[in-house]
Design a protein around this ligand. Structure first.
Ligand SMILES: [Zn+2]
Length: 112
């Protein structure tokens, strides 16, 4: 018997097959397009925050990142009836278990 779950994009219940998170291909595309659009600028700002520290502090990049997140959340309230527009951290980390362990990151030389 299929379990009913809510589509991540539109929130409508659907019979969730193994691993599916969206009721239609359109919902999956809309979800991913929004994340790509929002993520591109966040990526640039976050990398500057992390690796161009002096410039980022001077330009208040971290404050800009937080401001963007607040703006995205306001959009979610307006356009998505407040539904969360990001995957849960547990789902993201389940897909990338190597991110969970600090000792793994040290071993792989990714702490710098
Ligand atoms: Zn949907």
């Amino acid at each position: 018997m299929a379990r009913l779950d809510a589509c991540l994009e539109c929130g409508e219940p659907f019979a969730r097959a193994q691993g599916r998170e969206f009721c239609t291909p359109k919902c999956r595309k809309d979800w991913n397009n929004r994340r790509m659009k929002r993520g591109a600028e966040l990526y640039d700002l976050y990398m500057a925050h992390r690796f161009e520290r002096a410039t980022a502090q001077q330009l208040r990049v971290f404050q800009a990142i937080n401001s963007m997140a607040s703006h995205f959340r306001q959009e979610d309230h307006r356009e998505r009836a407040g539904r969360q527009s990001w995957r849960r951290p547990t789902s993201v980390l389940e897909e990338r278990p190597y991110l969970r362990s600090v000792t793994t990151r040290v071993r792989m030389g990714r702490m710098g």
